[in-house]
Design a protein around this ligand. Sequence first.
Ligand SMILES: *[C@@H]1O[C@H](CO)[C@@H](O)[C@H](O)[C@H]1NC(C)=O
Ligand SMILES: *[C@@H]1O[C@H](CO)[C@@H](O)[C@H](O)[C@H]1NC(C)=O
Ligand SMILES: *[C@@H]1O[C@H](CO)[C@@H](O)[C@H](O)[C@H]1NC(C)=O
Ligand SMILES: *[C@@H]1O[C@H](CO)[C@@H](O)[C@H](O)[C@H]1NC(C)=O
Ligand SMILES: *[C@@H]1O[C@H](CO)[C@@H](O)[C@H](O)[C@H]1NC(C)=O
Ligand SMILES: *[C@@H]1O[C@H](CO)[C@@H](O)[C@H](O)[C@H]1NC(C)=O
Ligand SMILES: *[C@@H]1O[C@H](CO)[C@@H](O)[C@H](O)[C@H]1NC(C)=O
Ligand SMILES: *[C@@H]1O[C@H](CO)[C@@H](O)[C@H](O)[C@H]1NC(C)=O
Ligand SMILES: *[C@@H]1O[C@H](CO)[C@@H](O)[C@H](O)[C@H]1NC(C)=O
Ligand SMILES: *[C@@H]1O[C@H](CO)[C@@H](O)[C@H](O)[C@H]1NC(C)=O
Ligand SMILES: CC(=O)N[C@H]1CO[C@H](CO)[C@@H](O)[C@@H]1O
Ligand SMILES: CC(=O)N[C@H]1CO[C@H](CO)[C@@H](O)[C@@H]1O
Length: 423
Amino acid sequence: MFMEMITMGSRGVLATLFLVVAITLFPQDCHSADIDRLNSTLRNYFSDKRHHIKNVTYKDTARNYIIHMFNEFGLQPQEHIFPMSDSANASNASNVIGVLNGSNIGTADDKPVGVSAHYDTYDISPGVNDNGSGMAALLEVARLLTDQHKKGFRRNNTIIFVAFDLEESSYAGSKQFKEGWLNPWTNRSYGKAASSITLQGIIVMDTVMAYNESNDTQRLPPGISVLFPTVKRSIESNGKRGDFIVNIYRKDKDSLLGKNFTSAWKKLSKLRIEELPLPFSNVTEMENKSLHNLLRSDHRSLWADDIPAIFLSDSAEYRGANEGCYHKTCDNITTMITDSNLKFLSTTTDAIVETLNTLAIQYCATPHAGRRSVRDLVALESTDFCKVNFNTTPKHGTSGCHPVIPESVRLTMVLATIIGIYL
Ligand SMILES: *[C@@H]1O[C@H](CO)[C@@H](O)[C@H](O)[C@H]1NC(C)=O
Ligand SMILES: *[C@@H]1O[C@H](CO)[C@@H](O)[C@H](O)[C@H]1NC(C)=O
Ligand SMILES: *[C@@H]1O[C@H](CO)[C@@H](O)[C@H](O)[C@H]1NC(C)=O
Ligand SMILES: *[C@@H]1O[C@H](CO)[C@@H](O)[C@H](O)[C@H]1NC(C)=O
Ligand SMILES: *[C@@H]1O[C@H](CO)[C@@H](O)[C@H](O)[C@H]1NC(C)=O
Ligand SMILES: *[C@@H]1O[C@H](CO)[C@@H](O)[C@H](O)[C@H]1NC(C)=O
Ligand SMILES: *[C@@H]1O[C@H](CO)[C@@H](O)[C@H](O)[C@H]1NC(C)=O
Ligand SMILES: *[C@@H]1O[C@H](CO)[C@@H](O)[C@H](O)[C@H]1NC(C)=O
Ligand SMILES: *[C@@H]1O[C@H](CO)[C@@H](O)[C@H](O)[C@H]1NC(C)=O
Ligand SMILES: *[C@@H]1O[C@H](CO)[C@@H](O)[C@H](O)[C@H]1NC(C)=O
Ligand SMILES: CC(=O)N[C@H]1CO[C@H](CO)[C@@H](O)[C@@H]1O
Ligand SMILES: CC(=O)N[C@H]1CO[C@H](CO)[C@@H](O)[C@@H]1O
């Protein structure tokens, strides 16, 4: 490098400097799920049965891994141990919960928002998709958000991460969540203000990684055609491809969360999404209308407890590879870990990060003030990422992804470099 600079002369030195600066300040991806991590998390921790009877050892390993990772992320994990209903075996189960405090923690202004998935599996199914996929995404969301925290971002509202246990036993973990953990935690954290805290809602993921671009890979559960004729038409006009995420919520209770997720998804991805805004809010009423298919995860218990929630899914056995493998031994790494499935899962992860940042109101804790020299920016880049790369107040729904140095300036710098070297 030194010899090159001598032969290039001062113009070359300048050009090289430009190049270094241009590369250093190249726009950083503000929120991108790491596909290799999703892959290895699934393979290493969520690829064999995690059932309280069929393989309790592996389930414990998965739970310990969640606790370990939440600790790594600085989320001070808490185990919510609850008694099991089939307690003949006298063992207990536990939800694992991590909390990322917002700056409003402890005050009446806090509007917490959450994300969840279940880590247990059905019987002897390895449960890579059901629900290793949701867990891998949950851990990746937690990693990305806490990483942003380390880079100087803060959020007004608190974010709660929940890994539910025993979803596969009548949603036992989520049924006991409100009474057993949420209420006591709210009292502990907010004291007198506890009664004025409103949870904005919890995103529930279950079976979220099957993606199929072939025609006729998507079937429709009964009831959908009548209630959502436009969704039916949309799926049919697309050749009945299983290539979309399903976002289920109750129109009158969960719209804030539901619509924010859909808009985050559309902003970040060209992949399709189908929204099913239910015109009912009472779970019993939905069951009486034979809508069981839309109630098949932990959001059911949350809704019954009057906690806003949305349910994200690939529609489970109504789609492609899931059809033969759902709850079977072939819900395994061979069937599920494909390029397109991982990409689909990473899109869900990114859209959740975006949604949570919007609802928790992300901001940069150390706003950059006024104009700065390029040298200042380079120096800051290494110590305070958000100060350099982001505006003080992120525009709504953008996670604050505004590089300070505009694209056009970067391009000019690169061009100047090339001209500097070759002329
Ligand atoms: C439980 O899962 C682990 C890890 O995959 C495996 O080594 C072990 O053989 C399993 N045990 C049973 C009883 O299936
Ligand atoms: C199960 O949990 C209950 C409280 O939820 C506790 O009293 C009991 O000791 C626990 N039992 C075991 C075996 O851990
Ligand atoms: C969010 O927090 C920032 C920084 O503390 C504050 O300036 C802003 O008013 C808060 N916004 C809302 C909507 O609470
Ligand atoms: C929370 O605090 C309120 C008011 O002090 C009390 O009535 C309620 O029982 C507490 N709930 C729990 C779960 O501790
Ligand atoms: C979050 O806030 C709670 C309640 O104020 C506090 O006990 C806890 O230590 C805080 N967590 C972190 C990581 O600061
Ligand atoms: C898939 O379905 C679409 C819409 O019905 C149709 O236009 C297209 O030709 C089909 N593609 C194949 C390969 O059958
Ligand atoms: C839901 O509907 C059932 C049956 O109609 C009724 O018994 C129950 O009180 C309702 N629940 C709520 C929270 O309104
Ligand atoms: C997954 O299931 C398929 C279909 O039954 C089977 O061919 C494959 O060997 C299984 N993979 C693993 C890792 O068990
Ligand atoms: C997932 O990881 C395995 C093992 O490292 C690797 O062989 C495979 O190519 C990866 N799959 C994808 C789709 O990245
Ligand atoms: C997203 O949530 C915010 C509140 O944080 C709300 O103002 C906005 O309208 C929501 N966006 C959509 C598309 O519903
Ligand atoms: C009631 C119940 O769940 N019993 C189970 C206790 O655990 C053994 C295996 O460890 C099972 O065989 C029983 O069915
Ligand atoms: C989304 C999903 O497929 N949930 C299923 C998980 O497994 C339980 C127990 O078998 C089913 O009741 C849910 O429908």
